[in-house]
Design a protein around this ligand. Structure first.
Ligand code: SAM
Length: 273
């Protein structure tokens, strides 16, 4: 493949650090990322930030349809010529965080992306919180974020609980900084998130209320670092007796810290509170 530096130089452009532009230029790695998504020829895929189109091209060969959303207007003519002739790619100029997913997908889809690191958390919140939901996400992220996403008790965080609530998260592989140009200052890794079928089933007011309750309880639980759970849960506005009763019924010791709870324990607590 042509080195991204040369593609940009030819167009008289420089990478924009502010948009998290670190382009992958290892064809073997790109193929492994696409393989990790286990796309079938019927699948529809979303790519966040196609950049110069290297991953997009491989996705187009594996999926029925690829929607690729790029914010940097300067890259669109390059992308259009790079992807010319690929009839199943739809290039969208815009901010993925403003994208109305229902306008682009009618059914669960697969996300494959080398995400702009400055908005990893916001992308996860937007995609997992929108409808339809992705059924799988294969994302290249900062190594530290990959570790937080795959964390287990007693090292959970608001991010880990929020994402693991939707499904199984696993590490696919580490990525060396030399696979990118420009080279990022941080280590990277590929993670795969498989969303549980129950989160893909038809939307209902009950499911939405349960989800809102879950996030209210988890956010309250993590509201103040190093505080015991029973103190943090006061942010929900319940009295101590109600909190104590819910903790007892869920079998959770209120002196524990939020980082030590499993996703199932948060689910039990949110149902009781
Ligand atoms: N996919 C390419 C690759 O793997 O080489 C580029 C990945 S680069 C890490 C991230 C890309 O996301 C850049 O092309 C950047 O312009 C784009 N981007 C940044 N913020 C975005 C946003 N809010 N919405 C859509 N794309 C965005």
């Amino acid at each position: 493949m042509t080195h991204p530096k040369h593609i940009l130089e030819r167009a008289g452009l420089e990478p924009k650090k502010s948009l998290g532009q670190n382009f992958l230029f290892d064809d073997g790695l790109l193929a492994r990322i696409v393989a990790a998504a286990e796309l079938s020829p019927d699948d529809e895929a979303l790519e966040v930030g196609p950049g110069l189109g290297a991953l997009t091209r491989q996705l187009a060969a594996a999926a029925r349809r690829v929607v690729a959303v790029e914010l940097d207007e300067r890259l669109l003519p390059l992308l259009a010529s790079e992807l010319a002739g690929l009839g199943n790619v739809e290039l969208v100029h815009g901010d993925v965080l403003q994208l109305d997913l229902a306008g682009w997908f009618a059914a669960p889809y697969v996300v494959v992306a080398n995400v702009p690191y400055y908005i990893t958390g916001a992308i996860l919140r937007h995609l997992l919180g929108s409808w339809p939901r992705p059924r799988r996400l294969v994302l290249t992220v900062q190594r530290e974020v990959a570790d937080r996403l795959t964390a287990r008790p007693p090292e959970m965080s608001l991010l880990a609980v929020s994402v693991q609530h939707y499904g199984r998260v696993r590490l696919v592989s580490a990525v060396r900084a030399g696979a990118f140009w420009p080279r990022p200052e941080v280590d990277s890794a590929v993670v795969r998130i498989d969303v549980d079928a129950r989160h893909l089933a038809a939307r209902s007011p009950e499911a939405e209320a349960a989800e809102a309750a879950f996030f209210r309880v988890v956010r309250a639980g993590f509201s103040e670092k190093r505080k015991q759970l029973k103190n943090n849960l006061r942010h929900l506005g319940h009295d101590d007796a109600a909190i104590g009763a819910a903790l007892a019924r869920a079998g959770v010791d209120g002196r524990r810290r939020a980082e030590t709870l499993t996703v199932a324990e948060w689910a039990a607590l949110s149902e009781l509170l």
